[in-house]
Write a protein that binds this ligand. Sequence first.
Ligand code: SAM
Length: 245
Amino acid sequence: MITFHVLSLFPELIEQYCKTSIIGRGAKNSLIKIKTVNPRDFCQDNYRRVDDKPYGGGAGMVLKPEPYFLAIESLQLPPITPIIILSPQGQVYHQAKARQLANFTDIVLIAGHYEGFDDRIKTLANYEFSIGDYILTGGELPALVIIDSIARLIPGVLGKASSLENESFNQDLLEGPQYTRPPSYRGLNVPPVLLSGNHAQIALWRKQQAIRQTLKYRSDLLSSNNLSKSELNYIEEVKKETEHK
Ligand SMILES: C[S@@+](CC[C@H](N)C(=O)[O-])C[C@H]1O[C@@H](n2cnc3c(N)ncnc32)[C@H](O)[C@@H]1O
């Protein structure tokens, strides 16, 4: 069981998503828990203001430190808890981080809004993550991306644990193509090997397709450490093939 504590000015965005589909079922089965905390509830002025104009001038409004410090201090957390602040300036989040974080019992996510955080709020966090090189209006979608990617690694959340085995980013490879019925549709045919019933041949074909897909789109992921000699030979074959095209 893992508890996600999400600091957000728009908790309903988090709650709605986490009630739905696979993540919702995980919560219903007590495999994950989502607790939202609204920093606005920790404002100490009559107007409940969470933001203010930036020092030095500039556009937009900056999130004030006091509500965020008080909101974090209100949480009861185990001594070693990842506290993640969502920000486009952070390190880019990836699957290996999801696997690491899935080992904790509690994770805190701090979602920003408007022009972002007063920088002192970042001292509350031990991780600063971006979900990619683009700007969103708020940290709720990034928080949900992180919750979803971790929750589905918790045993029991996905129907079959084997669903995780051949997924993209496992063993530094993208997943290859997948097919379902019918075997032929509008002249597009499922590769015959998948209909052969020969499990060894299917496994080999899948690995080769994963290598091809990774070479084509994300060759930066391929690390020779995770590949066998025959897989490395296959890479050379594919490279030669593409050179001759
Ligand atoms: C409009 S953004 C602030 C952008 C900030 N002024 C900048 O230029 O870096 C508001 C909030 O959305 C969240 N956010 C936006 N894009 C994000 C991304 N790519 N990754 C993680 N969080 C993001 C952060 O929590 C951020 O504080």
